[in-house]
Design a protein around this ligand. Structure first.
Ligand SMILES: [Fe+2]
Length: 227
């Protein structure tokens, strides 16, 4: 992806969150030059890779297959005594912008429609060898259990959420004609290196072509603190 595209995605996300009255922490707005002066006191942001995260899942078509995320908090595995056991993200999901089918080995997560349009989410159980099972799927939405057929597409309207247990395949996108969706995620610790199983192989951090200066650094771009 080009840096100019990343910058535009960031500007759009900031504007959308403002419109939805979702307020980000201070480090969301730090400029690359400010990062040069941040010491070890801010190591949690670096170590947990908090902050802006943009992926096109290796598709090269961000607006069709891609996701903007901001990680607000996270812990690390293996858990240390006193370490954070939880994570929270906020995401911007556009109409028909797909996050491909995947499940998590360890991370149980709640996906929450925080506002804007409707979120559509397709669910399957996984077979032992990681295929899509045709068995009924037990889903929990806002404290109420339900059983749905494999491959059912559920609609989450603003305020609604779904709890995704481990090994439950899910794929989601914004419903056409209803607008961009602000999506929250509250979960156990998030480990993108080992915990995600995509049904079809997917990339994670995009290669960036530097055609202009970065507006904000992404979570995998922070400079180390100068000692
Ligand atoms: Fe997920």
């Amino acid at each position: 992806m080009k840096r100019s595209e990343i910058n535009q995605i960031l500007r759009d996300a900031e504007a959308f969150m403002r419109e939805q009255q979702f307020y980000l922490p201070p480090f969301a707005f730090w400029r690359p030059a400010q990062w040069q002066n941040k010491g070890h006191d801010c190591d949690e942001i670096r170590d947990m890779m908090l902050g802006w995260d943009i992926t096109d899942f290796g598709s090269g078509r961000f607006y069709q297959v891609g996701l903007l995320l901001f990680t607000l908090r996270n812990g690390r595995l293996p858990l240390q005594p006193g370490g954070k056991t939880y994570a929270e993200k906020i995401m911007v999901v556009r109409e028909e912008q797909v996050t491909p089918m995947h499940f998590h080995f360890q991370k149980m997560e709640d996906i929450i429609n925080r506002g804007g349009g409707n979120l559509l989410i397709e669910v399957y159980n996984a077979t032992v060898d990681g295929q899509l099972a045709d068995t009924p799927v037990l889903v929990t939405r806002d404290g109420c259990r339900d059983e749905v057929a494999a491959g059912t597409i559920l609609r989450l309207e603003p305020g609604q959420s779904i709890t995704l247990p481990v090994r439950q395949y899910h794929r989601f996108w914004g419903e056409l004609g209803r607008g961009t969706v602000l999506v929250g995620e509250v979960s156990k610790v998030n480990d993108d290196n080992a915990d995600n199983r995509f049904y079809e192989p997917a990339g994670r951090f995009p290669e960036i072509t530097e055609d202009e200066a970065p507006l904000h650094l992404l979570c995998n771009e922070y400079p180390q603190a100068r000692s």
